[in-house]
Design a protein around this ligand. Structure first.
Ligand SMILES: Cc1ncc(COP(=O)(O)O)c(C=O)c1O
Length: 362
């Protein structure tokens, strides 16, 4: 096997491919289009595999992601982030290169895009974001008909439907059944909004849900047409707690080495915030979960402190660790971690290693 640098961000290719195939199958069975969120992988190689497995296109969060996908030939995109300021011009320009729908939750966000689209002589598809409980962006269901009607009246925009990010599922206390129930009710609320808009006389062709915790609930609701999970492609420690994945489906690890054992009761590794990201854990205060050499969770070791390039491991299990020893860590949140790395090592079952490079990091 090619030696990995330390630290290294490693993808288990077989697990990632299985995740891609499983999600594609599930969405096919649910009868909805799969439009994975690209912010998780930020890698064109991963997008190609998702596309080959049946993804209809991609969701993205940043103009850099949209640009990279368009350049790679993926021409059917949903840019699910308010195109504020100069991004209005980009939204119009992208539609010279492909079909790039924008997501908005107000007429104010859409008007500049409409003007830029008219200037460039393009039509920009537009989706209205509905807040089904996350409390981030998105309008209340009761305001949807008025705003959808106003959007449909703007020149050079094509109102195509509604969407929600049911991210509130990550905060549901309770078991998997409670998370599934919350996914179903978020999707039902979205479908009801689509029905209201249709009843007002506007066609609604897209009813789009999207999250990994809700992958097996929201897309199964009658009337949903599309799902946009992202994190599923690698999964992570937070998804494990939410039981949207199993440990043997987690495809992304940070490999690090012990660099110091000078502090009593602690060992220091060469992976800190810039390797693990600052994303929090839904299991208390940890920067990641240590894995045994057999890839089981090692609950004898904790990772409570991270500096920029140093991490502190504590707990009974550190007694055997020596300077130079390797450790594998499961990150809290895959998407934030990938964004930290310029190079990712992709590990095959036969030990072969390839290097891939995330795009549009910031
Ligand atoms: C608009 C939107 N759609 C889809 C997703 C994908 O959700 P997840 O990361 O749970 O897969 C996100 C995640 O932040 C999002 O913001």
């Amino acid at each position: 096997m090619t030696a990995l640098p330390s630290p290294a961000l490693v993808i288990d290719r077989a697990r990632m491919t299985a995740n891609i195939d499983r999600m594609s199958r599930a969405m096919r069975d649910a009868g909805v289009a799969l439009r994975p969120h690209f912010k998780t992988s930020k890698m064109i190689e991963v997008a190609r595999l998702q596309s080959e497995a049946g993804a209809v296109g991609f969701t993205c969060a940043t103009p850099e992601e949209a640009d990279a996908l368009l350049t790679a030939g993926f021409a059917d995109l949903f840019w699910a982030h308010g195109p504020v300021g100069a991004k209005a011009t980009l939204a119009a320009e992208f539609n010279r290169r492909g079909r790039v729908a924008i997501g908005v939750d107000s007429v104010e966000l859409a008007e500049p895009v409409s003007r830029e689209a008219a200037r460039l002589g393009v039509t920009v598809p537009v989706r209205l974001e509905i807040d089904t409980g996350l409390g981030r962006t998105g309008i209340r269901a009761s305001d949807a008909v008025v705003v959808a009607t106003a959007l449909a009246g703007l020149p050079n925009l094509e109102f195509e439907g509604v969407y929600t990010h049911e991210g509130q599922l990550a905060g549901v206390s309770g078991d998997r059944a409670a998370i599934r129930a919350a996914g179903v009710s978020a999707a039902e609320a979205l479908v009801a909004v689509a029905e209201d808009i249709r009843a007002s006389g506007l066609p609604v062709s897209v009813v789009s849900v999207g999250s990994t915790p809700g992958w097996d609930s929201a897309p199964t609701v009658a009337g949903v047409t599309e799902a946009r999970p992202g994190t599923y492609v690698f999964s992570d420690a937070n998804q494990l707690r939410l039981e949207s994945t199993t440990l043997d489906q987690c495809a992304l690890t940070v490999r690090a080495s012990v660099v110091s054992v000078q502090r009593p009761g602690a060992v220091i590794i060469d992976a800190g915030l810039k390797a693990m990201s600052a994303d929090g854990s839904n299991r208390g205060s940890t920067f990641g979960l240590l894995l045994t050499p057999e890839f089981e969770l090692d609950d004898t070791v904790e990772f409570p402190t991270a500096y920029e390039e140093h991490g502190t491991l504590v707990g009974r299990g550190i007694a055997d660790l020596r300077v130079g020893d390797s450790v594998a860590l499961l990150p809290n949140h895959a998407c934030g971690v990938v964004n930290m790395w310029g190079t990712v090592h992709v590990l095959d079952e036969d030990g072969a290693v390839q290097t891939w490079h995330p795009v549009g990091r910031h």
